[in-house]
Every structure is written in C-alpha cells, then in structure tokens.
Design a protein around this ligand. Structure first.
Ligand SMILES: *Cc1c(COP(=O)(O)O)cnc(C)c1O
Length: 407
C-alpha cells in the first residue's frame, strides 16, 4: 500500500478496522475534525449557502430529486441537509450498523416521514404490534396520514400482511410495559415487507435491530440519544436507498432537526454507552427490590436489561406520583435524572382505554426511567412514596418479578 503521506486520498478512502461501540460513540461523525485543526465539532447555523454556479446547483438539485442522496459539495439550503446534523446522522448510523440515518425534528416527525414514504408508493397499510408509544398508536389508529392499521401479535404478523402493506411496526422493549419481541422471528415473518423497530428504549448499546433483519430502526432521540432532557429529535437508521426517500420527504414536508439539536445529540452519543450501562445496573437493582416488596403487585423488567422499569402497585398510583421528592414526576424518559409517570394518565392517555388495557397497560402501572443517581437514594424516595402497604392487598407471595413477556 502506498504510504505516501502526500497522497490525495480522502479519509473516507481509508478502511478503518471495525471499532467497538464505545469507541464509535466518541469518534463517529468526528473523523475529519483533527485534520481541520478542531476538537469540538463546529455548529453550522446557516439556512442557505452561497453559490456562483447556478448550473451546478440545478444539477445537484436534480440529483437530490432523483435519489435523495446528500448533495455533493457545499450544502444548498437548510431543509436539504445541514453539516452539523449530518455528523449526528453519520454517528448514529455507525452505532446502529446501518448505511445511513436521517434525523428529524422529533420521533413523531421521523415516524410520519416513514409512513409518508410508504404511503406515497401506494403502500398505506401498516401491521403493528401493541403496545406502542401512545402517540405512535394514535397516529396509526387515527389514520391521520392516510394509513390503515392492522393490530396483531408477533405470531400473527404473516397472516396480517396484504399486498399493500408498507411496513410492520414493533417496539422492543415496548413503551410502557417493556414487553419484548423476538426481532429475528418477526423480521422473518415480514418476508419482503420492511420491518421498523422502534429502538428508543434499548438504544444501540443493548440491541441493534438491523443485525436481526429490521430494515428501519427508529429512535425518539429525545430520550437516551440526547440523554439530558433538553433536545427534541427523531432519527431513522436504514439503508441508503430508504434514507434517500426519507430525505426527500423531509425536504418536502420540513420536519428538519435544528443544527444546535444535532450538535447536542452528537455530544449525547459520546456518553451513551456509559449512561445506559450505569442506569441499567441501577434499574436492575431497583427492579429486584420492587419485586420483593409487598406493596408491588408486579414488576416488568426486560430480559435485555435497560434503564426502564415498570411496576404495578396495589395502592393508588396517583398517590405515588404525588409523593416522590427526588424522582421527578414527568413524562418522557432517558435523561440523566430519574422520571416516573402514570401511562394511563399521560403517555398512553390518547389511546382508547380498551385498547390500552388489551395491550397490558393497566391503570395500576407506573413507568420509571432510571437515571444516574445513587441507587439507595432512589430506593429511599420510592420507599417513602409507596407509602404503607394496602391492608390485605398483597404479600411477597403475590409479588413477583416477571421479565416482560417475549410475545
Ligand atoms: C417518545 C417516544 C416516541 C416519540 O418521540 P418524540 O421525540 O416525543 O416525538 C416514539 N417512540 C417511543 C418509544 C417513545 O418513547
């Protein structure tokens, strides 16, 4: 191999040995920085980019209209792409093991774009497995984007497919019950229909759905990827062909991510493995303590682990929400601090009560997103918030920890 350092080859031409996730988390999307004499990535806030070559611009816009590939050379307009956001997309694709990733203004904007891509191809039917995040369920059920949904369990996916099925949608672990889906089996059941896995809860640290056959991996980046409760964002990791269509939809509908959010997400990714592992260890310990507690009817904690714990109380869940002091009673998840919420009242309120219950979201269920606090401090807050045992309601014999069912 030519070792001449004056070679004009670009950094991308150099084949880098596969790197571990922890290494990618701090380096992906930043490969060019040192050669530019930079350490922190620059934030490019430009909405537009000057060009004295309008013939060239026309050719680049035509190319984008054809394939949706990122225009070569300087960007054209903020809605077509932004260099800071592109760094985050590159990094997330590397972590998920996909060719590309396309970022959006929120997780819901990301899901909407996928539905619009398939709908625009005449594939308006979606097969989905409950539970899903409440607003994802609502978007499908309400048919706001012209989609029609068939709800099924993983074993029923093949039978639910139709000639106009555009995709199969699952979450694993699912929001809010932490039910797990066998991704390899469901990907097989999909045949040639794209499987979309919402990987928000697991993150690529615990699970890389593309390795199990998912064509589309969606994140509410608002949660663990951002990780600090201060960025609203969504992203789809996928092959370059689908990414091109997503960029075209993003360009046409405008659900773009702000460059500052792109910067914060890239920064969030660098600590993602450390945050997820630390919070997961604490969550597993809290799940153990809850499972042994007579005030708890049932604990849901996934086999793959993670920082989310769900549990059903014998007493009034609203009292627990009102009594926490260290833990913040708030919807959302994936931040450095611990949050708790009552899905039937908040995250899944928009889902019809019968559908909610059918999906295993009981009125007694609380969902906790475990952060980076000390485990004993969290336990003492939970312990006082749970109050006194409900008389006659429970004892250790009825309290058990169940791994969320693998459908
Ligand atoms: C929060 C969430 C979403 C929606 O993401 P937003 O960023 O709030 O739009 C989608 N899926 C899951 C699993 C979520 O938790």
């Amino acid at each position: 191999m030519d070792m001449d350092t004056t070679s004009t080859r670009t950094h991308d031409d150099i084949r880098i040995a596969p790197r571990a996730l922890a290494t990618e988390a701090v380096h992906a999307g930043r490969d060019d920085l040192a050669r530019q004499g930079l350490h922190a990535p620059p934030i490019d806030l430009s909405t537009t980019y000057p060009s004295y070559d309008s013939r060239g611009e026309a050719a680049r816009i035509d190319a984008f209209a054809g394939t949706g590939a990122e225009p070569d050379g300087p960007p054209v307009y903020g809605r077509l792409g932004n260099p800071t956001v592109a760094r985050f997309e590159t990094a997330l694709a590397r972590l998920e093991g996909t060719e590309a990733a396309v970022a959006f203004a929120s997780g819901m904007a990301a899901l909407s774009a996928v539905l619009l891509v398939r709908g625009s191809m005449g594939l308006r039917h979606v097969v989905a497995v409950r539970p899903l995040y409440g607003c994802s369920d609502h978007l499908l059920t309400a048919g706001l984007l012209g989609t029609e949904v068939t709800w099924t369990d993983p074993a029923g996916v093949t039978d639910a497919l139709r000639p106009d099925t555009g995709m199969v949608l699952v979450e694993s672990p699912a929001n809010p019950t932490l039910a797990e889906v066998d991704l390899r089996a469901v990907a097989h059941a999909c045949g040639s229909v794209p499987l979309l896995v919402d990987n928000t809860f697991a993150t690529p640290v615990l699970q890389r759905p593309a390795e199990h056959g998912a064509r589309l991996v969606l994140h509410s980046a608002t949660k663990y990827l951002g990780g600090h409760g201060d960025v609203l964002a969504g992203v789809v990791a996928c092959d370059e062909e689908f990414a091109g269509r997503l960029r075209q939809v993003r360009f046409a509908t405008g659900g773009v991510l702000h460059p500052l959010a792109g910067y914060l997400l890239l920064r969030g990714l660098s600590t993602l493995p450390v945050r997820v592992h630390a919070a997961s260890a604490t969550a597993a310990e809290l799940a153990r303590r809850l499972a042994a507690d007579p005030r708890i009817a049932r604990v849901h904690y996934p086999r793959i682990g993670g920082a989310m714990v769900a549990f059903e109380v014998h007493g009034d869940p609203h009292e627990v929400i009102g009594a926490v002091r260290l833990i913040t009673p708030a919807v959302s998840l994936g931040s450095v601090d611990t949050l708790i919420q009552h899905p039937a009242s908040i995250s899944h309120r928009i889902v019809d009560a019968d559908d909610r219950k059918g999906a295993g979201v009981s009125d007694q269920l609380l969902r906790m997103s475990v952060g980076l606090e000390d485990v004993d401090d969290l336990w003492s807050d939970l312990d006082q918030a749970l109050g006194r045992p409900v008389r006659g309601a429970g004892n250790c014999a009825t309290s058990h920890m169940e791994p969320a069912p693998a459908h």
